[in-house]
Design a protein around this ligand. Structure first.
Ligand SMILES: Nc1ncnc2c1ncn2[C@@H]1O[C@H](COP(=O)(O)OP(=O)(O)O)[C@@H](O)[C@H]1O
Ligand SMILES: [Mg+2]
Length: 271
């Protein structure tokens, strides 16, 4: 049985695509056959972050419209076995994703033996975001440690538990919070919300805390999901998050400001 996981948020630009790329890569690295679908119609960021934009021939909407088969549109990742990307369409028609069409593609992926289907959602609560979350079994709500981002996450959690298919069937969508772009030093100074504040406001299981790190931007410019960089704190934090998603108990790291001793200052990596 395939597990459908939506990576969503209220606000845009919080790290959904970065997280979708990292988590889908991480699941595939752990041996699970995984597909990641870009629901951000018109934007197409995921294929760039995953360095396959030059290999896009057909896209999600082509498959929905029957202009291409799923097999023709899926792009096999060059770095990890078991990982396939279904790119977003460049169409301006935001309503191109029909409910029937999305359901058909998800079902075909499940029938093809995919274990995890990661849906990279556009921001907000418009049509594309709704399509991305409607069929989800699990939601990863991405938030930054800012009041506006946390407030919008609360709204998306409400929608998940009322408007999704599971909600319509009287079931719950399993929900996780992924806090990204976290800077423990700034949180300690009160310049951004601390992990505990966010957990208290949202009362949602914490999948992980991804530190703010310049290796993320570098990785996405190179088209290498940051989880492949096991020297970077962000890469390590994503690996931990994937382990938790797989049900492992992994202690949270990167949530407290480090006291930097002389040794660390001389030899430690900062990001
Ligand atoms: N942990 C992080 N540290 C630093 N920059 C990050 C981090 N996560 C995401 N970013 C940057 O934030 C921007 C938005 O990320 P993206 O994943 O595209 O967000 P979304 O898909 O939610 O719009 C990108 O420039 C990305 O490189
Ligand atoms: Mg995005």
């Amino acid at each position: 049985m395939a597990k459908i996981i939506v990576v969503t948020s209220g606000k845009g630009g919080v790290g959904k695509t970065t997280s979708s790329a990292a988590i889908s890569s991480g699941l595939a690295l752990r041996g699970h056959k995984t597909a990641v679908i870009d629901f951000d119609i018109g934007l197409r960021n995921l294929d760039i972050v995953m360095n396959c934009e030059r290999r896009v021939v057909y896209d999600f909407v082509n498959v929905i419209n029957g202009d291409a088969t799923l097999r023709q549109a899926l792009i096999k990742d060059k770095r990890v076995d078991n990982l396939y990307i279904l790119p977003a369409s460049q169409t301006r028609d935001k309503d191109a994703l029909s409910m029937d069409g999305v359901e058909r593609v998800l079902k075909e992926l499940a029938d093809d033996g995919f274990e995890y289907i990661i849906c990279d959602s556009p921001a907000g609560i418009e049509h594309g975001a709704f399509m991305a979350l409607y069929f989800a079994d699990t939601a990863i709500v991405v938030a930054n440690p800012e009041v506006s981002s946390v407030r919008d996450s609360d709204r998306i959690l409400g929608i998940l538990q009322s408007k999704s298919r599971r909600a319509e069937n009287g079931e719950r969508v399993e929900e996780y919070l992924l806090l990204t772009r976290y800077n423990p030093e700034r949180a300690a100074k009160g310049e951004m919300l601390a992990v505990e504040d966010v957990e208290e406001i949202l009362a949602t299981k914490l999948l992980g805390v991804i530190p703010e790190s310049e290796t993320v931007l570098k990785a996405s410019n190179q088209g290498i999901p940051v989880i492949h960089d096991d020297q970077s704190t962000a890469g390590q934090a994503y690996s931990d998050a994937v382990a938790r998603l797989l049900g492992e108990e992994v202690e949270q790291r990167f949530i407290h400001a480090e006291q930097k001793g002389l040794f660390k200052r001389l030899f430690g990596r900062t990001a």
